[in-house]
Design a protein around this ligand. Structure first.
Ligand code: SF4
Length: 301
């Protein structure tokens, strides 16, 4: 694509975003901690489920220091309803590392962010773009990855996709550009029903402008997630049930299979309980009773 065409596409997308971008609470702040909290909550969780929890979380823990000082059990309990509870552990660990190594303030450096627990390439770039307005990074979530593959008209390898995302970012408009890419992917360039007729960048989209020939280049392209495995009957469902129960109190070893939803499969329940312990989401005492980390053990009477 010529530099002039790339510039025209940038202008069209930024104009569209200025007019049609979604108003979301994490778009009204540039606080790096708030951005990080929103990004971790939004990973694999739909916006409507994040909305009520985002502001409540920040009211309670408005800084890395506040989060780091809290018992992990409180963070995991506040995560109820968001799913993928391991993110709560990651956020807590990250807050502690920020306090220990960065005087309580998230760094504005890619390598330093990537070195923090629980922060991967997507989240690090999201913090840089959305908190620090950096225009040399392209945030590559599944939405942006889908858009980029369709623009290119071919599936991309991981390094190509990240390089394309970084190169596409609009000079001087890092925040707006990256938000616009996420909105374009979420509201127009949808996985199965892209709305090319109402897309602001169609003239510069290789696949859309060609009439969407089969196959869709986004399928199998780097960073584009496939269909999620069914939740019903999965280990994830058993993990969720166990963590939900642990939010209310300890779970005795004898109750683990029933609480996990597999009363006839204690082996599977035990394996899933062990995975919670390995992930830092639970601790087990000498008789196998599980509890959330950071909760105090009952005093012996
Ligand atoms: S023209 Fe279609 S395929 Fe291309 S970016 Fe727009 S919605 Fe996606």
């Amino acid at each position: 694509m010529s530099p002039a065409a790339a510039e025209a596409r940038r202008a069209a997308l930024l104009d569209w975003f200025a007019d049609r971008g979604r108003d979301l609470p994490w778009r009204r702040t540039r606080d790096p901690w708030a951005i990080l909290v929103s990004e971790l909550m939004l990973q694999q969780t739909q916006v409507p489920r994040v909305l009520p929890r985002f502001e409540a979380f920040l009211r309670r823990w408005p800084s890395p220091a506040a989060c780091a000082a809290a018992p992990l059990a409180d963070i995991v309990t506040a995560w109820a309803g968001l799913g993928y509870n391991r993110r709560a552990v990651n956020l807590h660990r990250c807050a502690q590392a920020v306090v220990d190594h960065h005087d309580g303030a998230l760094p504005d450096d890619l390598a330093a962010l990537l070195a923090l627990p629980g922060i991967g390439p997507y989240t690090a770039r999201a913090v840089l773009a959305f908190a620090f307005d950096r225009d040399d990074v392209g945030v590559l979530d599944t939405n942006a990855a889908r858009v980029l593959a369709r623009w290119e008209g071919r599936s991309l390898k991981p390094k190509e996709a990240q390089a394309a995302a970084d190169a596409a970012a609009a000079p001087g408009a890092g925040w707006a550009w990256n938000q616009a890419m996420l909105d374009l992917g979420a509201t127009r360039c949808r996985p199965r029903t892209p709305d090319c007729e109402d897309c602001p960048v169609r003239p510069w989209c290789g696949w859309g402008d060609a009439g969407r020939p089969s196959p869709d280049p986004a399928v199998g392209s780097a960073g584009v997630s496939g269909r999620q495995a069914a939740f019903e009957g999965s280990d994830r469902q058993g993990r969720g049930r166990l963590v939900d129960a642990l939010r209310l109190g300890p779970v005795r070893a004898a109750d683990v299979a029933r609480v996990a939803g597999w009363p006839d499969d204690p082996e599977r329940a035990g394996r899933v309980a062990a995975s919670l312990v390995a992930d830092g989401l639970a601790i087990a005492d000498e008789v196998g009773t599980l509890r959330l980390p950071g909760t105090s053990r009952p005093h012996a009477s």
